[in-house]
Design a protein around this ligand. Structure first.
Ligand SMILES: NC(=O)c1ccc[n+]([C@@H]2O[C@H](COP(=O)([O-])OP(=O)(O)OC[C@H]3O[C@@H](n4cnc5c(N)ncnc54)[C@H](O)[C@@H]3O)[C@@H](O)[C@H]2O)c1
Length: 480
C-alpha cells in the first residue's frame, strides 16, 4: 500500500491501512511534512492506546509496518496507492504521471479528493481504468465511511473489490457516483443551510443548535459544527457544490455564513465564528411554569401522551381533536406540518401553539414550539409547564414556516431523495453515508420511512407555498 501526502488525511489513511495489516509506504515532499505525518499517526495511536482500543504492543506493530519516504521509487511494489495531496488538479495530475512511471501496470491509483471529479482527474492517466476515488472522512481512523467512486473506464469488478477491501479495513464503504460532493458533502448541505438561514433571520444561535441537537437528535448543531470545520472551508465546499450544480437551488449559499467568512470569523481556529471559542452557548429555555391540569390528546402523539401518563398527569384521549394535536387546559397545540404557527392558526383558529418536530418525542430533552401570537403568554406558560412536567425543556422560537427542526429534517430528506433520483447511490448507501460520514443519528431516508413519505411531501409543499421559495419543492426522488 502506498499513500501520498502525509497531511491530516494521508497520515490517517496510512494508519488505517497499517492497522489492517498492510505494509504502508507514506510519501511526502519534505522532511518536515513527513515529520508532521509521523506526529499525527503517533498522536492517534497514543490516543487509541490510552482509550484501551489498542495495546502498546499493537501500536508498535502498526508503527513497524509504516515507512516514510520522499522517493517515489519506494512505491514501486505497491498494488494500491491512495493520493491525499493538496486539492489542485495540476498537482495531482503531475503526481499521477510520476506514479504511473514507477507502478506496475495493474496497480490501482485512488484519489481522496473531496471536490475534483474523478473522471476529470482520470484523463491525466495513461491507464484511466485503474483510477478510482476512495473518499475517506476526517479523522480517517475514526470515521467509518469511505465513498468508493468508480468511473466508466473501470472494470466492473474494481468497485466491489475495493469495497471489500475497505470492509476488511473496518470501514463502511458506499459505492457513489462521480458527482460533485459525492454523497455526504451534497446531501448534508441543508443541515448547514437551514442553520444559517435561521441565523440570518435573527434566531438565537444557541437556540438553533440546541433545538437540532436535543429535538433533532444530531450530535452537534449546524452552527457549532461549522465553527469546528471552519467557515472558510465549509463555505468553500458549499460554493463548489453550488457552482457545480448551477440552477439547483437546494445548494444555495447562505449570506449569514458569507458574512462570517468576510469578517474573518472563521470559527474555532480564529477564536470566533458564530460563537466565541471556549464559551458555552446557553439556549433561551422557558423559565419554570406550573404543571398543566387536564391534557386532551388527539391521535398521533402517542409518545407524548405516554410520557404524560407516566409523569402522573391527567390524560384523556379525545377522538374529537384533530390528529397530531393536544390541548393543555384548553390551549390547542398542533404538530407542525410545514406551515408557520400563524398559518396553522388561520386554518384552525383554536391552534395557539405549533409544536416543532422531534426525531423521537419520547427521548427528546426539549420540546420546541412557536406561538401563533407571540404575545399569547397563557399559551407560552401552558406549553412550558407541559414540557417541564414531562421532564423536558421548553424552547419557543420565532414563528416561521416549518419551524426549525421539521424544516431541517424535510430538507435533508429532500436532498437525499434528489441524490437517489440522480442515482448518486442507492437508498441504503445514502443513509449509511450520512450516518457514518456525517455522524447523523439516522439516515434521512430511514427518517422518511419513519414519519411517512406523504407527510414529508405535505410539509415541503406547505413550506414551498408559504415561503414562496422553490428551494422547498419536494424532489422527484420522494416518489412524486
Ligand atoms: N481535510 C479533510 O477534512 C478532508 C476530508 C476528505 C478528503 N480530503 C482531501 O484529502 C486531500 C488532502 O487533504 P488534507 O486535509 O490531508 O491536506 P493537508 O494539507 O493536511 O496535507 C496535504 C499533504 O500533501 C503534501 N503534498 C502536497 N503536494 C504533494 C506532492 N506533489 N507530493 C507529495 N506530497 C504532497 C503536503 O506536503 C501535505 O503534507 C485533499 O484532496 C482533500 O480534498 C480532505
Amino acid at each position: 500500500m502506498g499513500v501520498v501526502g502525509a497531511g491530516a488525511m494521508g497520515a490517517g489513511i496510512a494508519e488505517v491501512a497499517a492497522a489492517a495489516g498492510h505494509r504502508v509506504v507514506l510519501l511526502d515532499v519534505g522532511a518536515a511534512a513527513l515529520d508532521r505525518g509521523r506526529g499525527i499517526i503517533d498522536a492517534s495511536l497514543a490516543g487509541r492506546v490510552k482509550r484501551g482500543i489498542l495495546t502498546g504492543e499493537q501500536a508498535d506493530d502498526i508503527r513497524s509496518r509504516l515507512t516514510f519516504t520522499q522517493d517515489i521509487g519506494d512505491l514501486a511494489a505497491c498494488v494500491l496507492v491512495v493520493e491525499a495531496i493538496i486539492e489542485q488538479t495540476a498537482a495531482k495530475a503531475s503526481l499521477f504521471a510520476r506514479l504511473e512511471s514507477v507502478l506496475a501496470p495493474d496497480a490501482v491509483i485512488a484519489s481522496n479528493t473531496s471536490s475534483l471529479p474523478i473522471s476529470g482527474l482520470a484523463t491525466s492517466l495513461q491507464r484511466p481504468e485503474r483510477f478510482v476515488g476512495l473518499h475517506f472522512f476526517n479523522p480517517a481512523p475514526v470515521m467509518k465511511l469511505v465513498e468508493v467512486v468508480t468511473i466508466r473506464d473501470n472494470p466492473a469488478t474494481l468497485g466491489p473489490m475495493l469495497a471489500d477491501l475497505m470492509r476488511r479495513w473496518g470501514k463502511v464503504p458506499v459505492l457513489a457516483a462521480d458527482v460533485p460532493g459525492f454523497i455526504v458533502n451534497r446531501v448534508a448541505r441543508p443541515f448547514y443551510a437551514e442553520g444559517f438561514l435561521a441565523l440570518g433571520e435573527g434566531l438565537d444561535p444557541a437556540a438553533i443548535d440546541h433545538a437540532l441537537k436535543v429535538a433533532g437528535g444530531f450530535r452537534m448543531g449546524p452552527l457549532e459544527l461549522a465553527d469546528l470545520i471552519g467557515h472558510d472551508i465549509n463555505y468553500a465546499v458549499a460554493g463548489s457544490i453550488h457552482g457545480a450544480y448551477a440552477g439547483k437551488t437546494r445548494f444555495r449559499l447562505q449570506p449569514a455564513q458569507q458574512a462570517l467568512v468576510e469578517a474573518g470569523r472563521l470559527g474555532r481556529k480564529t477564536g470566533r465564528g458564530v460563537f466565541v471559542a471556549g464559551e458555552k452557548p446557553v439556549p433561551p429555555l422557558e423559565p419554570p411554569a406550573p404543571a398543566p391540569g387536564r391534557l386532551h390528546f388527539g391521535a398521533g402523539l402517542d409518545a407524548l401522551r405516554d410520557a404524560a401518563t407516566a409523569a402522573g398527569l391527567s390524560v384523556v384521549t379525545d377522538p374529537r381533536l384533530p390528529a397530531g394535536s393536544l390541548e393543555i387546559d384548553g390551549i390547542r397545540v398542533s404538530l407542525g406540518d410545514g406551515r408557520s404557527a400563524a398559518g396553522m392558526g388561520r386554518a384552525d383558529d383554536r391552534t395557539r401553539v405549533m409544536l416543532d418536530m422531534a426525531r423521537d418525542f419520547a427521548t427528546a430533552g426539549t420540546l420546541v414550539a412557536s406561538l401563533t401570537n407571540p404575545d399569547d403568554t397563557a399559551a407560552r406558560t401552558a406549553f412550558a409547564g407541559f414540557a417541564q412536567a414531562l421532564g423536558k425543556g421548553a424552547l419557543l422560537l420565532p414563528d416561521r414556516p416549518g419551524g426549525l427542526v421539521l424544516r431541517t429534517l424535510v430538507q435533508l430528506a429532500n436532498a437525499a431523495a434528489d441524490a437517489l433520483a440522480d442515482r448518486v447511490a442507492d437508498a441504503n448507501g445514502i443513509d449509511a453515508a450520512m450516518v457514518h460520514g456525517a455522524n447523523h443519528p439516522q439516515g434521512p431516508l430511514a427518517w422518511v420511512a419513519q414519519v411517512g413519505t406523504a407527510r414529508v411531501i405535505q410539509a415541503l409543499t406547505h413550506l414551498a407555498a408559504e415561503t414562496g421559495d422553490d428551494l422547498y419543492l419536494p424532489g422527484a426522488g420522494l416518489g412524486i
